[in-house]
Structures are given as C-alpha cells and as structure tokens.
Design a protein around this ligand. Sequence first.
Ligand code: ARG
Length: 463
Amino acid sequence: MADKMWSGRSKKALDSRVNDFNSSISFDWRMYAWDIAGSIAHATMLGEQGIIAKTEADKIVAELEKIREDIASGALQIDFEAEDIHMFVEAELTKRIGETGKRLHTARSRNDQVALDIRLYLREEIRLVQELIANLLAAIADKASDNIRTVMPGFTHLQHGQPVTFAHYILAYAQMLRRDMERLDDVYMRTDCMPLGSCALAATTYPLNRHRVAELLGFSAVTENSMDGVSDRDFVIELASALSILMMHLSRFSEEIILWCSSEFAFIELDDAFSTGSSIMPQKKNPDIAELVRGKTGRVYGDLTTLLTMMKNLPLAYNKDMQEDKEAIFDAIDNTKLCLELFTKMLDTAVVRADAMLEVAKKGFMNATDCADYLVRKGMAFRDAYKITGQLVAYCIENHYIFETLPLEAYQSYSPLFDEGIYAAVDLIHCVNERKVYGGPSEESVLRQIDGIHQFLNDREHA
Ligand code: ARG
C-alpha cells in the first residue's frame, strides 16, 4: 500500500480498513469509459498546447483507447483494491507505457477529474431516462387512442364525481411526464458544463485550453470559477429531484393501477407476464410491479435526501464527503430506469375493462349536473334545476332507477319541462362529449391531446 500514487509524503502504509473505507472503485468503476474519454481529451489538449510533447500525448491517447477496449471486452479486469477508477486507469496506463503515462495527470486533480466524469456520465443517463419517458408517453397515447369512448367515473376524494373517459384519465399522466421530460432538459443544460482545468481548487499556472477540452467532449459551456467547478454538485441534486418528481408521478399512476386491479374496481386486468401469484392463495393475481414502483419511489426520495444532507455543511472546495454522491445518484437513476421500463410494458399489455367502467359509471348519478343543465337550457334557473335534480336522485335511489331508466312520466311529475330529449342529455358518452372546452374530456379534446403528445415526441426526435 506504500505505493499509493499520492504516497510521497506518507511514511506508513495505509491501514487496510482505511483503504477499504476510502475506496470508491466498487461503485465508480462504472464511469470508466467516461474517465478515459476525459483523459483522452485532456492529453490531446496538453499535447496541442505544448505542455507535454505531441508524441507523448499521442502515445497516451492510443494506450488509453486500448485500455478502454480491454475493459469493455473483459480482457482487463478492474482491480477493486485500487482506490478509485481514476487511479486505476492511470496506474494501468503507467504500467503499460512507463514514464510517459506519468505525464497524463499534469495540470489535473482527481477533484476536477471526478467532477468531469460525473457530468459526462449523467449527461448520457439523462438522455436514456428521457428515451424511456418517450416510450411511456407513446404507450399512453396508444392506450388513449383505443379508449376515446371508454366512459369511466372521474373521482374527487375517491368518490364518484363526473364522467370522463379512460383516454382523458391517462392523458393526465402524459402531461405530468411531459413536464418531467422538460425538467430533465433543464437539468441537462446545467450538467453540460465542463469543469476540468479547475484542478484541485485554484486552477493552474499551465496554459490550458479549457474550451478545447469542452469542444472535444461536446460540452456547450465551461465552468466559470475553479472553486465552484470542483465543489458544485447542484446538477446531481437537481437530477435526483427531477427523478423524484417523475417517480412521484409513476407512484400515483401505480396506485391507480393497484386500485383498478382490485375486484372492487375491476377496471383493468394486468397481463399474466406482468403480475404475480401467491404461494398460498391460488386465486391471486397481484400487481407487484405497480407496488414496487410505488415502493421504490421512497427509495429515490431517500437518494435525494442523502445528497441534500451530504452537501449542506461542506465548506469550499472539494471534500471527501462528496464521494458519497455517486451511490445515491446511481441508485436513483438505476431504479427510475427500471421502473419506467417495466411500468411501460405493464401498461401496454393491460386489458381495459370498458364494460365494468361503464357499469360503475352509471351507478353514481354522475350525470346529475347534466340533468340540471338540461332544465336550465329549457329556461329554468340553475338553483331550481339543481333542487329538482336532487329530488330526482332521491326518487331514483328509493325506487331503484338510474337517470337512464327513469320513465318519462316520473321526470315530468317533477317538471313539465322534461321531454324525450332528457335521455340523450343524461347519456354518459353524450355528457362527456359535450364537455368540449379546451382541455376537457370530449372526443375532440382528447384527440387534440393525443396529437399534442405525438407532436411533442416528434419534435424531440428531430430536434
Ligand atoms: N473518489 C473521489 C470522489 O469520488 C475522487 C476525488 C478524490 N479526490 C481527493 N482529493 N481525494 O470524490
């Protein structure tokens, strides 16, 4: 252990427990490709600037490319005794090309190196999460297209409120996911900023060309202050926050699915491939995926809390506490991606029980407002119409009718304004389709929403 790269000052080998405690390679190895990409850009720039010889830079770049290939192919095993991925790659390089390898770390610190690696890694992951959101949006748009006339109860306080369609219902979640997508664009923008050249904290006396490194790595900006460059983790926290909000949406949707699968609702049936049985109750079909998505939401919130708490007392600039950022954000990303993928498949394969939805929708007198509106259109004041409709509801309940089956004479005994037209007015699909207001549940409004989702996805694809 005395051969640590930083062991110049130290007289003793590191205690083995300290080595393990200090080490981050068990989780930061997954950034190896980005660590190498960053080193390639750095070495290229050092060569271009004449800080190291061009021939040496070329040699470093060529060997780093080989190391990347060897790790990818499994020919080179990561040494989990190494302190972190940065040390591992550099040690391997030096092992392979000797003295020249030692020149790579000129005008660089692991502090700006790790800041660069996380930004590179997260940039890619943000785009992967966004692809999965796009898939879910497309699945929702598809399910909605199939259910434009599938009437179901809409709820407030989980009590029957007014009729909507299944399409309109799930398109509400599409709107949430669109905002999630935009939030991630916003996080991406601030992640896309190049910190290398901040070095340990006070930049360097070497004539670096930081903008060139940014260009080589496809960054659209360069950090403005070296102390901030090495100690900013806002973008990590922002990402955890955006993922938490996204998971909150998936969790609400999961809760609906869990309810809808119960025999009390029976609004949907999950595909056998996306539900599980019980080891003792043979009749069971459980919505485990939806429950796990709901459960993992808590875990992602935990990751956000970890990050916020980890950062709250840190003085400038780098502190080792910040090494704790990676496990939290990796966990948040891994779980969110898993949830998005499985949730999409579960929704896609679920069967919508339109009959059950309609049957339940008819029982709740959700067309009462429409009955009152009918009388208003015939000239009655709304307050009077409201009162008569209330009396009709009471009459129906007592005599086991619903508005759709109540005989016309019964209607007319409450008001002579009723005629045959009342049956069309209280027909549930009619009630829904009359709500033509922009953003409402009518067929034309829902078609506009579905179109909006397709447009949104299409614009992103061609952006
Ligand atoms: N493994 C460290 C991290 O993830 C890299 C930076 C270490 N820098 C240092 N001076 N010890 O934060």
